[in-house]
Design a protein around this ligand. Structure first.
Ligand code: HEC
Ligand code: HEC
Length: 171
């Protein structure tokens, strides 16, 4: 007989692990990012667009961005030095490659080449992968405008929350 108790045990174990994996993947905690608690972050980095969760990019991306705020995607987003230092500190403390990163943040960090410091979340491979089921015409809707407008669909993006059940795609 091909089926031994050992084979059966291995099979059962894989089923248990798979069930745990799937169950875990759908837990909201998996897609929630730590956010800076101080309102300065929301005020200074959430005024023109979603206050992006620092865990969406590695620390080297944020360092580069914070050094070039006077020409930030064509806008002047420069800050006074104390605010700049505080914001930089939160961005790096909660970055995708920070020591206390969640599993999703670690996946984001691992998906970005070590010698790259991407400035756009929306151009990272993992962002594209997570949104490959959103058709092109939806991104162009007036109430969305740009994939960078996370808050248009992720109703609690400013709190770092991206769970599927909190997604509402505007008409
Ligand atoms: C004066 C307005 C303004 C302020 C203030 C501002 N930004 Fe931006 N930011 C922009 C614009 C405009 C874009 C490009 C948006 C687009 O292409 O849809 C952008 C894009 C970004 C992107 C890339 C989004 C993507 O495509 O993935 C990141 C990340 C970002 N900003 C972070 C920050 C951080 C961090 C701060 C605070 C230090 C900040 N921004 C403050 C205007 C601003
Ligand atoms: C057009 C609406 C829309 C915009 C804008 C958008 N998303 Fe999404 N996002 C979705 C949809 C739809 C899903 C898939 C939900 C699912 O099946 O889990 C998703 C999934 C995700 C997930 C994975 C959630 C999960 O449960 O696995 C993350 C993280 C995420 N988006 C982050 C972002 C970030 C960061 C931005 C902005 C830079 C953004 N999204 C912009 C619609 C959008």
């Amino acid at each position: 007989m091909g089926v031994t108790y050992k084979n059966l045990a291995v099979l059962l174990l894989s089923i248990v692990i798979a069930a745990f994996w799937i169950g875990n993947g759908q837990a909201d905690g998996e897609v929630n990012f730590p956010m800076p608690r101080d309102k300065i972050y929301l005020e200074e980095c959430g005024g023109c667009h979603t206050a992006y969760a620092p865990g969406l990019l590695p620390a080297r991306s944020w360092r580069k961005m914070m050094n070039e705020l006077e020409d930030h995607f064509g806008e002047d987003a420069s800050l006074e030095e104390p605010q700049q230092l505080a914001v930089l500190r939160w961005l790096t403390d909660y970055a995708a490659d920070a020591s206390n990163a969640t599993p999703l943040m670690r996946r984001i960090a691992a998906s970005i080449p070590r010698d790259a410091a991407p400035q756009r979340i929306t151009e990272t491979a993992l962002f594209k992968y997570m949104h490959d089921e959103v058709p092109a015409y939806i991104w162009k809707r007036a109430k969305i405008g740009s994939p960078a407008n996370c808050g248009a669909c992720h109703t609690r993006a400013n709190e770092g929350r991206y769970a599927e059940r909190e997604v509402r795609i505007p008409k």
